[in-house]
Ligand binder design. Structure first.
Ligand SMILES: [Zn+2]
Ligand SMILES: [Zn+2]
Length: 185
């Protein structure tokens, strides 16, 4: 169980920021043009993909309160900022590739809600090993706003066996050794 004395130290990580003109780790555009307004609460994500990208960049920046706030209400009830920060404490985020996204027809049997799906690969390292998370996430609209509900893991999860001269796993078209390999810690 987390103790109250450890929580403030982790909570400080939720204040990490980058300059508004810096390239967003999730979108490759200027942070102020994509995820910054979402993180600041001055705009809402217009699509499931925009929300997914903003959640990834929030993980990179340590904005764990945003991660909690963008869970659908049923899931959010069981989460704390501490849980999220703790689960990501050993993780170095390497890159995100969005592979597919769609908005499903409005449901007729579940309060008329809209659902969306985003398939993505996230690359991250822990203890100097590179891993891939390949997931299809489900998003739901509540009061006109998109939230993350859950996800299913797809083939290709786990350790990535990239060689130094292979094309980088992140999809940058650079060699692994010239792109994400140096980021692995
Ligand atoms: Zn972004
Ligand atoms: Zn790369």
């Amino acid at each position: 169980m987390p103790t109250s004395t450890t929580e403030p130290a982790l909570a400080k990580r939720a204040c990490a920021v980058i300059a508004p003109t810096t390239a967003c780790p999730a979108c490759a555009t200027a942070y102020q043009q994509c995820c910054l307004p979402l993180h600041q609460g001055t705009a809402i994500a217009s699509t499931p993909q925009a929300l997914m990208r903003s959640r990834y960049s929030a993980y990179v920046l340590g904005l764990y309160d945003y991660i909690v706030a963008t869970y659908a209400s049923a899931e959010r009830a069981n989460l704390t900022v501490y849980d999220i920060a703790n689960s990501a404490a050993q993780t170095t985020w390497i890159g995100l590739r969005v592979l597919d996204t769609k908005i499903l027809p409005q449901s007729t049997n579940d309060a008329g809600q809209f659902y969306g799906e985003v398939e993505f690969k996230v690359f991250y390292s822990e203890a100097k090993c590179l891993y891939c998370l390949h997931e299809r996430s489900t998003f739901v609209q509540e009061d006109g706003q998109w939230f993350y509900r859950d996800g299913v893991m797809l083939a290709g999860n786990g350790a990535v066996k990239s060689k130094r001269n292979d094309p980088c796993c992140c999809g940058s078209s650079k060699k692994f050794k010239q792109c994400c390999l140096p980021k692995i810690q």
